[in-house]
Design a protein around this ligand. Structure first.
Ligand SMILES: CC(C)(COP(=O)(O)OP(=O)(O)OC[C@H]1O[C@@H](n2cnc3c(N)ncnc32)[C@H](O)[C@@H]1OP(=O)(O)O)[C@@H](O)C(=O)NCCC(=O)NCCS
Length: 332
């Protein structure tokens, strides 16, 4: 079978306008800028206002990625949306984005892999493209955590924000931008981060009293698991791709906690300029966190194109994953 390469054609991001600073949070929570900054690195986050949701954010990010890809929407074969905050289970967020952008020739579906969703979606898109069945795939990662936070729970609500990112991947005879990809999950750790969907069942029609509609998290357990697993996982991913840590120009990590990012940086022995950090401005935007960091890194000149990046995410499930990619000029 002929080898089909996968090319990154375009990137896009969109964040809502409304900003909530740490100082704003102190007006209704027993917290402080000092506590949040030293524990997490977060200074502010963006949140949706009335009328905004995963679809409106995702549409804007997707629109920009499609423009950057220089494709016509009619050429897109599939839309894969990574979200953990859908407006409803169906129609899927991907189908709603399809409708809003009039992407008529595509099929569309959502995946749930929490904050790792963007990396999982890249793996699915790569497999589709390399199978020869589809040529152009739009990935959208969009999350509005603010809608699922208990804003009275200071241990969790200070950590998250809202946003969206998108990427267009296409088949290529000449290039291959995905140099390695590695996905993992451990369902035994599912209780670390949960967002229950409760229903009422026949014949009792009783709702499970214990389940809330909020994100709950065993923060310390997540922290310990991530710092003991992810740095070595990144090293293994690089080695299994036949590369050395020095071959990679930039680490673009999931923006969940500055101390976790520092643990990755220290394991790779990377200087500050090789690690893309924007957690201070957005908090944890779940699946959108990596594509937002990628886009901003490029537009602010922190990431020079014609470079190799390693993306690494982790999240509820627990899920985790990493992808090594070439970034060409003009993608954003
Ligand atoms: C959540 C997290 C920041 C907490 O940091 P920590 O150093 O473990 O803090 P602790 O849980 O020990 O809390 C210490 C104290 O601060 C308090 N506290 C919690 N949130 C607070 C807040 N927003 N402001 C002030 N105090 C707070 C706690 O009540 C606790 O008080 P106590 O010692 O009197 O009981 C950290 O565990 C973390 O980042 N975990 C990973 C979370 C993550 O990345 N999740 C997303 C995965 S995709």
């Amino acid at each position: 079978m002929r080898n089909i390469g996968v090319k990154i054609k375009g990137l896009g991001m969109h964040v809502p306008e409304t900003v909530i600073t740490n100082d704003d949070l102190t007006k209704f929570l027993d917290t402080s800028d000092e506590w949040i900054t030293t524990r997490t690195g977060i200074k502010k986050r963006r949140v949706v206002k009335k009328g905004e949701d995963v679809v409106t954010l995702g549409v804007e990010a997707a629109r920009k990625a499609i423009v950057n890809s220089q494709l016509n929407v009619s050429e897109i074969d599939a839309i894969i949306c990574a979200t953990s905050c859908p407006k409803h289970l169906y129609p899927s967020t991907a189908c709603e984005i399809q409708k809003a952008l009039d992407i008529k020739n595509a099929f569309a579906f959502d995946i749930t892999a929490a904050c790792t969703g963007f990396i999982y979606a890249i793996d699915i898109a790569q497999a589709y493209i390399q199978s020869g069945k589809y040529k152009n795939i739009l990935i959208v990662a969009t999350d509005t955590n603010s809608k699922f936070l208990n804003w009275e729970d200071r241990s969790i609500c200070v950590l998250f924000g809202d946003g969206a990112g998108a990427m267009v991947l296409s088949s290529s005879n000449n290039d291959n931008d995905i140099l390695g990809i590695n996905l993992k999950s451990d369902g035994n750790l599912g209780h670390y981060i949960t967002l229950p969907l409760s229903g009422k069942g026949y014949p009792s029609f009783e709702q499970d009293e214990s389940s809330s509609q909020y994100i709950s998290m065993l923060g310390k357990d997540v922290y310990k698991f991530v710092v003991s697993t992810i740095p070595q996982f990144i090293v293994d991913t690089i080695e299994n791709s036949g590369l050395n840590a020095d071959d990679i120009d930039y680490l673009v990590p999931h923006q969940a906690n500055i101390r976790i990012i520092e643990a990755m940086q220290s394991r790779l022995n990377y200087e500050d300029s090789k690690v893309i950090i924007n957690i201070q401005n957005y908090g944890n935007t779940s699946a959108a966190s990596i594509p937002i960091a990628l886009c901003e890194g490029i537009s602010e000149g922190k990431i020079k194109t014609h470079s190799k990046v390693i993306l690494c995410a982790f999240g509820a499930g627990m899920t985790w994953g990493a992808a090594i990619m070439n970034l060409d000029k003009g993608v954003y």
